[in-house]
Design a protein around this ligand. Sequence first.
Ligand code: AVJ
Ligand code: FE
Length: 430
Amino acid sequence: MTPARVALRRHLERARARTEVLASVPEQDLTAQHSPLMSPLVWDLAHIANQEERWLVRVAGRRPAVRGDIDDLYDAFRHPRATRTGLPLLDPDAARRYARAVRELTWDVLEDSAFDDDLTREGFVFAMVAQHEQQHGETMLATHQLRQGPPLLDAPEAPRTGTVRDTERVRIPAGAFEMGTSTDPWALDNERPAHVVEVPEFELDAVPVTNRRYLGFVEDGGYERPELWSEAGWQHRLDARLEAPQFWSRDETGWSRTAFGRTMPLHPDESVVHVCFHEAEAFARWAGGRLPTEAEWEKAARWDPATGLSRRFPWGDEDPGPDHANLGQRHLGPAVVGAYPQGASPLGVHQLIGDVWEWTSTPFTGYPGFRAFPYREYSEVFFGDGHRVLRGGSFGTDEVACRGTFRNWDLPIRRQIFSGLRVAYGTGDV
Ligand code: AVJ
Ligand code: FE
């Protein structure tokens, strides 16, 4: 096998190993509706296999369907998440058998593919399917976070020593940089094409906002001061009765947070996680700043002042290692800030990759020259529909689905995702 095929095989295997960990739960935990926001885990399992069957077995491999009869059940656009337990889904054993049968065919297709058309060039569609499985891995992890009951997942604690104070800021000089990519072979459609963007000078927090800073906002009445919130944000704050990040609680001894069935005292130096866009925006205003635009975030993450070029990652072009970033579900939460000095950008911004997704102020749309590929439902149908862009990946994001150009998006009220923020300062005027 060629090196590209070996790498693709490893990514697909790592995705499957993780899916199996996330699905290694009692049968009733696989089929239950843990939250109206999430699918039952067994739906994700068969949906992962169905997406792989569609793109690798049928389209790239031009092979007959494994299951031509269940596409509708696993079409995310046909059935809202809250209704999926009511569908005649494959049971857990059948879903696992289906996934294994598809994967066997995938290996044949990977061997045979000439990598010679738009879809398979440099292994794109195989990487797309690995990214898809890992994105559902992160979604399944969020389902675990919403599940009630004793812990089912385990991992070593994230690093506990940091080198950066949470009030430090970095100045990003004014000037143009190249945003997005036309050359990264596994970049998805919404990351393309590369284009030059002019960014005025601004300052950015050197690290994500910590629990310590966020608690300052809570205790300063941040949730009682409408002037800090947008109109839509304040309305949501009232309707949803927001008072603190999701999964925080307080008693006589102070604040705690619950993660994956374990309650622990709030660690002041960890990145805050489980805030929605509206909370992030209000915090930023309270802190004397604003959310960064998506272009500002990407310039801080990728622009190298020495060369004027944009890197794949803040630390350079090489793939993430364990010293660069808190990725890949190696830990079940964010590290303390400043724990990954080797992952810093040339200008000294830390932890842009990993730990928590970071809200930006930018609505999700296509870049100039955007072309939907290979299907409109990945990105295009979400453009301009009130979704905001998040950047950088979380502790639950796999490296195959994370890079300096990667774009995530969600509705401004969502916070079951592993979302935090950092604050930008300066007018942002061009
Ligand atoms: C890019 C995370 C918003 O989960 O809705 C999974 C990824 N797309 N299956 C999502 C995705 C199709 C997507 N996000
Ligand atoms: Fe999907």
